[in-house]
Design a protein around this ligand. Structure first.
Ligand code: 5AD
Ligand code: FES
Length: 342
C-alpha cells in the first residue's frame, strides 16, 4: 500500500494482493486516498448536473435496463428546449457542469447535438459541458468538441475482451470502445473511463487489470459503480456487486491516479444508503445529482431501485450539502476541471 502511495502504480500481483486482502488494508487505503485527494483538491467535492436526455438506445447490453431489447421501457426524448431548461434551472441551483447523458440514439445527429451544445455554451459560458452519449466517429467527437463540449464520459465496462463478450452482444466491439477512449483523449477532451464492479463473470484478476489499464490510459475521470441487476434484462438473476469492494477500488484508483476526478456514483448510493459518503471518505471527489425533469426521471432506469428523487435530485442540493459536510469535505459550485496535464 505504501509502495502504491509513493509510486502511484503497482504490478498486477501487487494490485491482486491488495484486492484479495482488502479487509486488512481498506481503512489504511481510504486514509491515504483522502490525504492524496486533499493535496490536489483540498476539501472540495465537485457537483455535476446530470441531464438524462434520451433513454432510446440502439445497443442491447445484457446488463442495462434501457437496452433496445427491453420492451417494457417507456421511451422518451427531451427536446433541445427541454434540455436548455434543465441547464437553466441547474445554473440557478449552482451547477457549473452539465452532463448530457443518453443512450446511443440516432435521433440526436451531430447537427442536433452541435446546436444543443452551442446554445448551452452561449447561455452559460462559465460552465463545463460533459457528454456521455456513447461510441461515435472521430469526426463526430471532433465536431462536438468544436461546438463547446469539454469532457466526455465513456465507460469501457471491462478491459478484458472475453469478459466484454459476456456482457455485450456480438455486434458490439471492445476494440472500438477502447479506440474511442484514445480518440477522445487525443482530441483534447477531459476523458472519463470506467467499469461496473461485480458485473457477471468479473474476476479479481480482471480488477487488477483494470487498474493497470487505467494507469496506462491515464484518464481525467473514472466512473465506477456496483453492478445492479435490472429485472427486465438477461442479467436479472445475477448477483449485484458490492458497495464494500467499490469503495475499496475508489481508494485504489485515487492512489493510482492522484488527480483523477472520481465520482461517488448513484449506483453506489443505490446499493448502500451511505454509499456516497463512504465513497467521499475513500477518495471520491465528485457527485452527480439528477437534473432531468421529474416526469422522465423514473424512465431512465439502468438498474432496479435507482435513486432518482430525494437527495439524488439536484433540487435537493441542500440536503446533499449537509450530508457531505459530515464527512469533513465540502460541496463547491465551481466547474471543477482536472487540475493536471491533459
Ligand atoms: N448496474 C450498474 N451500472 C449499470 N450501468 C448500466 N447498467 C447498469 C447496471 N445494471 C452503467 C454502465 C454504463 C453507465 C452509464 O451505467 O457502466 O456505462
Ligand atoms: Fe445502451 Fe448499453 S444498452 S449502450
Amino acid at each position: 500500500m505504501d509502495r502504491l502511495a509513493k509510486n502511484s502504480v503497482l504490478d498486477r500481483d501487487g494490485y491482486l494482493t491488495l484486492i484479495r486482502n482488502r479487509d486488512s488494508v481498506r481503512e489504511y487505503a481510504a486514509g491515504l486516498a483522502t490525504e492524496i485527494k486533499r493535496q490536489h483538491y483540498g476539501d472540495r467535492v465537485f457537483i455535476r448536473g446530470l441531464i438524462e436526455f434520451t433513454n432510446n438506445c440502439r445497443n442491447n447490453c445484457y446488463y442495462c435496463g434501457i437496452r433496445s431489447g427491453n420492451g417494457c421501457v417507456e421511451r422518451y426524448r427531451l427536446s433541445p428546449q427541454d434540455i436548455l431548461c434543465c441547464a437553466d434551472s441547474g445554473y440557478e441551483l449552482g451547477f457549473r457542469t452539465f452532463v448530457l447523458q443518453g443512450g446511443e440514439d440516432a435521433a440526436y445527429t451531430d447537427d442536433a447535438l452541435v446546436d444543443i451544445i452551442s446554445e448551452i455554451r452561449r447561455k452559460h459560458p462559465d460552465c463545463a459541458i460533459t457528454l456521455s452519449v456513447g461510441e461515435r466517429s472521430r469526426e463526430s467527437y471532433r465536431r462536438l468538441k468544436e461546438a463547446g463540449a469539454d469532457r466526455y464520459l465513456l465507460r469501457h465496462e471491462t478491459v478484458n475482451p472475453l469478459h466484454y463478450k459476456k456482457l455485450h452482444p456480438a455486434d458490439m466491439s471492445h476494440a472500438n470502445r477502447l479506440k474511442c477512449l484514445y480518440t477522445l483523449k487525443e482530441l483534447g477532451y477531459q476523458t472519463g473511463a470506467g467499469f461496473m464492479v461485480g458485473s457477471p463473470g468479473q474476476t479479481d484478476e480482471d480488477l487488477a487489470d483494470e487498474m493497470l489499464f487505467l494507469k496506462e490510459l491515464d484518464p481525467q475521470m473514472v466512473g465506477i459503480g456496483p453492478f445492479i441487476p435490472h429485472k427486465d434484462t438477461p442479467f436479472c438473476d445475477e448477483k449485484p456487486g458490492s458497495a464494500e469492494l467499490t469503495v475499496f477500488l475508489l481508494s485504489l484508483i485515487r492512489l493510482t491516479l492522484p488527480r483523477v476526478l472520481l465520482p461517488a456514483t448513484t449506483a453506489l448510493g443505490t446499493i448502500d444508503p451511505a454509499g456516497r459518503e463512504k465513497g467521499i471518505l475513500a477518495g471520491a471527489n465528485v457527485l452527480m445529482p439528477n437534473l432531468s425533469p421529474a416526469s422522465v426521471r423514473n424512465k431512465y432506469l439502468l438498474y432496479d431501485n435507482k435513486l432518482c428523487t430525494g437527495e439524488e435530485a439536484a433540487q435537493c442540493i441542500e440536503c446533499l450539502k449537509s450530508r457531505i459536510a459530515g464527512t469533513g469535505f465540502k460541496i463547491v459550485t465551481e466547474r471543477g476541471d482536472y487540475n493536471g496535464k491533459i
